[in-house]
Design a binder for this molecule. Structure first.
Ligand code: FES
Length: 79
């Protein structure tokens, strides 16, 4: 079971109209949950995927970085 420990909300506004909202949710002892309107790019600047929700690894043990593959359950993230 994942436990929410924090939330950061980023709002991008243009001419007083809200264009998008992206949420960054830190899951206790787990990944970073990002949802909303965003793009994800790799270290080479290329687009990895166009999605509206991802779980990003915070423990460094994922074999599918930058995505969480559940490895944190055995390697741990200590929040
Ligand atoms: S946080 Fe889940 S694999 Fe790293």
């Amino acid at each position: 079971m994942m436990e929410l420990i924090g939330r950061l909300v980023l709002r991008v506004k243009n001419n007083f109209m809200e264009k998008s909202k992206t949420e960054f949710i830190i899951i206790k002892n787990g990944p970073l949950h990002v949802k909303g309107n965003f793009t994800l790019k790799g270290t080479d600047g290329k687009l990895i995927d166009v999605v509206d929700e991802v779980y990003l690894c915070r423990c460094g043990a994922s074999k599918n970085k930058p995505f969480c593959d559940g490895s944190h359950k055995t390697h741990g993230v200590n929040d």
